[in-house]
Ligand binder design. Sequence first.
Ligand code: BTN
Length: 323
Amino acid sequence: MHPLLLTVIGRLGADDFVSGEAIAHELGISRASVSGLVRRAGNFGVRVLSVPGRGYRLAQPFEPLDESRLKPVLAPVGLHVQCLPQVDSTNTRLAALAAAGAPHGTLLAAEWQTQGRGRRGRDWRGILGASLTFSLLWRFERPVSALAGLSLAVGVALVRAMRALGATGVGLKWPNDVLVGETKLAGILIELTGDMLGPAAAVIGIGINVRGGEALSERVGLPVADLEAACGRRLQRNAVLIEVARQMAEVLRLFEREGFAAFRDEWASLHLWQGQPVAVHAPDGRVILGRAAGVDAQGALLLDSGAGLMPILTGDVSLRRTR
Ligand code: BTN
């Protein structure tokens, strides 16, 4: 991303047109550079309306991540917030900071990721100013082996936050996708480090589509949901980040004390496919059919295959249509 792109977008509003000349003058660059930057905004999913003689206006308002607003609210709950314009992946960057000794509770948010990562080696993409991408570092006294179900508990935190913001129809799909109906609204990527006996560190990466679901669907070629549509109102990204981060901190503290067992019933109540016929696509290519029957205390999906409950530890689950 060009270093001035965020400045130019930040200078534009969604209500009034601003002339290219005024921006060029303010930033000490040429009008041609301003028009080049405005054209580039489209590569990041930002739509800028341009009217000859009037200038430029954003199709949607742009609200940058604002450390000065986030820090005073999140510091009292033990989170150390840092916002960057661009990183490869907030998970990758935070893992490096963690290895260099970053404190427990470090939260790294970025306006843009050049190599955002999803689960199972997939990409994670967003729209500049319309998505939230951040990672939280949580250090545990317990070893990695004692953190089963962590990603499911984080899913509970996300749904709690979204409901608190007014979302309806939001739930979970095992292991930790946040969906509206069958459409993905947010994803969680947890990366753990630590040895079998010693303390562990989790880098908990969260990607949320706050608005612009339709535009994002076009970019990724898949149906995508967004939080504003689920809430039926305009949201501020900083406010969403605050609510999600607070709920995560609360859930992680309880998880530290009681593990996933403390969230098992709530998780099942939020499971959108509970009791539904599903197909589990195992990493070895096998497809196992059954009904989703909740999760065990370790967060494994319990699949009712007709011959008893089978715990599924890893795999992709899809809904099976029955006629
Ligand atoms: C998924 O596949 O559902 C998980 C998506 C996780 C995306 C987030 S965005 C912030 C953090 N940084 C990354 O590179 N990935 C996670």
